[in-house]
Design a protein around this ligand. Structure first.
Ligand code: ADP
Length: 189
């Protein structure tokens, strides 16, 4: 299916830094359609469901961080990917509950892939200029976050697959909150 929906969150760091408008602009500028949007202060259940621990995610987070820190010549003293994943998951849950976020459903051709591309690398330090993280958060790094025992503050969440987008959208929105309407660009799809 070419037309996809994805879940985008402007995390609390984006809200408190006053970047909501600038971040929204990015998605609107390239023609993606906002079909649902609201401000939400997540409760424990929503935060835990959003950041579910699955083994593959834990291993992936562990490997990504290990590789980055070791290639920068920095120590990475963790040996257990699942325990590391659990630690990051609990930091994520706490951070998601720290304050309100902007939640939105974004629709358009290849929207899952395109939103991820626009958001940029997980570690803002590595994010390419032109991406949201690269332009607005580049001084943030694994080293900083892990030294302070906190989550990487990287402004935005975007679903990483069509299946995860479906699951995440259903956590944050009910059907009545997601709107169908036409935009000028739709005639090309
Ligand atoms: P992405 O948000 O780019 O899809 P992941 O799914 O790998 O990244 O991780 C989810 C979130 O967890 C990241 O956006 C980031 O805020 C946080 N995170 C991931 N790895 C780490 C880490 N090693 N230290 C601190 N926070 C992390």
């Amino acid at each position: 299916m070419v037309i996809e929906r994805t879940l985008v969150l402007i995390k609390h760091d984006g809200v408190v830094r006053g970047l909501v408008g600038k971040i929204l602009d990015r998605f609107e500028n390239i023609g993606l359609k906002i079909c649902a949007m609201k401000m939400v202060w997540a409760d424990e259940k929503l935060a835990e469901n959003h950041y579910q621990l699955d083994e593959e995610w834990a291993k992936n987070v562990y490997e990504k961080t290990k590789k980055t820190r070791e290639s920068a010549g920095e120590p990475f003293p963790f040996t257990d990917p699942i325990a590391y994943g659990k630690m990051i998951q609990s930091w994520n849950i706490n951070f998601l509950r720290e304050g309100p976020v902007i939640a939105m459903v974004i629709e358009g051709p290849h929207s899952v892939e395109i939103a991820r591309k626009m958001v940029g690398s997980t570690e803002p330090r590595q994010a390419t200029p032109g991406t949201i993280r690269g332009d607005f958060a580049m001084i943030e790094s694994y080293a900083l976050a892990n030294d302070k025992e906190r989550v990487l503050r990287n402004l935005v969440h975007a679903s990483d697959s069509v299946d995860n987008a479906k699951r995440e959208i259903s956590l944050w929105f009910n059907e009545a909150e997601i709107h169908n309407y036409k935009k000028e660009l739709d005639k090309h799809f």
